[in-house]
Ligand binder design. Structure first.
Ligand SMILES: [Fe+2]
Length: 365
């Protein structure tokens, strides 16, 4: 942190670094991103739509042990399954499972980086420059809460990967190559569940809003803290605060503390209070949360359209390095006719009851 611009401006009164507004930070002012902003694209049809068997028998024949970690989110597939060996049909069913369960975990995978890229190309267009189709995730033991005293981006908080893009990623896969024995866990939280946990009037209020997903704070922080990048100018994108998942058809909260700075339709003070509440809501949703303790060779595949994630801050010993691949998703949309996960469950239960009753009525005496 020593090279942060704020450290060069120490207050004579408090002896504490003075946080500079980006306009007055010479490092930020001097940076010219080499690439233009991205344009909207139409990604290929989500592979989960190609999974025609709701029981996912092809996938579960390879993974003979399936454990749901919580009711709301997270499933582990075991029993000899190797992602590197899955057929196109099995990968399609995996996409469908990830869209439903939010995140799916595998242990002891034999995938290498070219294999991971090959597998992930099945799911769409990789969200990287063609010359580098993956991102190396290096562990940071810097305390994000300390960095936040002088930088504006809450990089250690819950987020959906690059949710500020016009086409934010749908699926991400992280494979761990090096990891400490303890520390560096990742947590995910279900945006289906977070939406359901709100009251009906609050749901209706959010249904009509747009969240401002921005890369500006990340942009400023990266330049000052890391000293390299970013490749593209910062953008603010207005995405629906509640989005409809294209595969499951379910509503999901589409707000995250990592990239969302407000609501387009609200006044700033109103907006700030909603963000405060939603940060509390996200951080207190233990029933919609799952935490994974990594080992080398583990893989997690998640859906950024219905989950948020964060690495748990900490000061672990040793290296932490993983390879992440992501694919572009659709431009987020809100379909007012879509339903929440609980609403669907209730509707299906009711339908079953009606069926059972009408079945009884039809049974001859
Ligand atoms: Fe992430």
């Amino acid at each position: 942190m020593a090279h942060l611009q704020s450290n060069k401006h120490i207050s004579p009164d408090s002896q504490t670094p003075i946080t500079l507004h980006p306009l007055f930070n010479p490092k930020i002012a001097a940076h010219t991103p080499p690439e233009p902003p991205r344009k909207e694209l139409t990604p290929p049809r989500d592979r989960a739509f190609f999974a025609t068997d709701p029981e996912k028998r092809a996938l579960f024949s390879a993974a003979t042990k399936r454990t749901d970690l919580t009711e709301s989110i997270g499933t582990v597939l075991e029993g000899g399954v190797q992602i590197s060996q899955l057929s196109a049909e099995q990968l399609d069913e995996l996409a469908a499972l990830v869209a439903e369960r939010g995140v799916v975990f595998f242990r002891g995978q034999d995938l290498d980086t070219p294999g991971q890229v090959r597998v992930f190309e099945h799911f769409g267009i990789l969200d990287r420059h063609p010359a580098q189709k993956f991102v190396t995730i290096n562990g940071s033991r810097e305390d994000h809460r300390e960095i936040l005293k002088y930088t504006p981006w809450p990089s250690g908080d819950f987020h959906a990967d690059t949710s500020f893009e016009i086409n934010p990623p749908s699926y991400s896969l992280l494979r761990m190559e090096e990891h400490p024995d303890v520390g560096g866990d990742t947590a995910w939280v279900s945006q289906y569940g977070l939406y359901d946990a709100l009251s009906d009037p609050y749901k209706k209020f959010l249904d009509g809003l747009h969240a401002v997903h921005t890369s500006r704070l990340q942009y400023d922080t990266i330049i000052d803290l890391w000293g390299v990048g970013p490749n593209r100018p910062p953008i603010d994108t207005h995405h629906p605060a509640v989005r409809t998942h294209p595969v499951t058809g379910l509503k999901a909260l589409n707000v995250n503390p990592g990239f969302v700075t407000g609501f387009a339709e609200l006044k700033k003070v109103e907006s700030d209070k909603q963000l405060d509440f939603l940060a509390y809501h996200i951080h207190s949703a233990d029933d919609h949360y799952v935490r994974w303790k990594w080992a080398v060779g583990d893989v997690a595949m998640w859906d950024n359209r219905c989950t948020l994630h964060r690495v748990i801050p900490g000061t672990y010993e040793g290296a932490r390095r993983g390879i992440r691949t992501t694919v572009f998703g659709e431009k987020p949309y809100f379909d007012s006719a879509s339903e929440s996960r609980n609403e669907r469950k209730l509707r299906e239960k009711k339908a079953e009851k009606v069926k059972a009753v009408s079945g009884e009525a039809e049974t001859p005496a």
